[in-house]
Design a binder for this molecule. Structure first.
Ligand code: OOG
Ligand code: MG
Length: 268
């Protein structure tokens, strides 16, 4: 994020936040925000996201962590956006392993495999490094994120997707938790299966060379927003492969080397 200060007025930020919040609640697609506000900046996107976070917390949602997004080449190519971003995660987005996940409250869900970090120490940017992240990490575990852009056709630009909280919708963490010093997080392989067929595969180095790099990036963006990463946070480092569309009836299993697997099925 180069420009920290929003360019839009407070009224416009609130208006855009209400639009995104309504689309999330009703699970209906809306045009990307830059159609009406072509000059909207990335900082404006984060101002809308921060307002959304404030409102959800005021409604009783609990902030449990953060996510990095657009951190792999596969994701950047798929979405046509070349800059990583961050979003927040709440307790209401979490789903248990092996559960049935409803799609009736989602627009056009997609799944992606991610390495999740659980922090034992707080991290503050700027200047946070991969090594700082590894030292502050309690353990890692495998996760599947279910993203759901609120924008028509799953098409957006960076300011719009940041305002939409990085398409965050649901996530499932599980498998086997491991300490980072027992693993090589670069060569860690992942295979995603849908209905028994392999639909995507990759290695975690696809995420900025090393997934801890994505967490460092996230901490440094948090610093620009005047925030930090508290101890105990659950943080997803970004999709390793492109995201895969799912519909009711689909069963998904993500198999991670060393970390076990995470499964779920999708229902109406
Ligand atoms: C934006 C969210 C990106 C990831 O892991 O890269 C993301 C999107 O693709 O809709 O969560
Ligand atoms: Mg993701």
């Amino acid at each position: 994020m180069s420009e920290v200060k929003p360019t839009l007025s407070r009224e416009d930020i609130v208006r855009l936040c209400e639009r995104v919040e309504g689309a999330q609640r009703r699970a209906c697609a809306i045009p990307k925000l830059t159609d009406e506000y072509p000059a909207m900046s990335i900082a404006d996107g984060y101002a809308v996201q921060s307002e959304l976070r404030r409102r959800l917390i005021a409604q009783g949602h609990r902030l449990i962590g953060w996510k990095a997004g657009l951190t792999s080449k596969a994701k950047m190519v798929q979405m046509g956006v070349s800059v990583p971003s961050i979003g927040f995660l709440t307790d209401r987005m979490a789903r248990p392993e092996n559960s049935a996940i409803s799609t009736s409250d989602l627009v056009h869900p997609r799944v992606e495999c991610e390495v999740a970090f659980v922090m034992k120490k707080a991290l503050h940017g700027p200047g946070c490094t991969r090594q700082d992240v590894l030292t502050a990490t309690d353990y890692v575990l495998p996760a599947v994120e279910i993203i759901d852009s609120r924008f028509a056709g799953f098409k957006f630009d960076l300011p719009s997707v940041v305002a939409d909280n990085g398409s965050s919708a649901r996530f499932v963490a599980g498998g086997r938790a491991r300490y980072v010093d027992e693993l090589d997080l670069r060569t860690l392989g992942v295979v995603m299966e849908k209905n028994g067929e392999i639909v995507a595969l990759g290695a975690a180095a696809a995420v900025l060379g090393h997934p801890a790099e994505a967490i460092a990036m996230l901490v440094n963006i948090l610093a620009e927003l005047g925030e930090h990463l508290p101890a105990g946070s659950f943080v997803m480092s970004g999709g390793i492969t492109e995201a895969i569309a799912v519909k009711p009836g689909d069963c998904v299993t993500a198999r991670f080397q060393e970390l076990g697997s995470v499964s779920m099925r999708f229902v109406d």
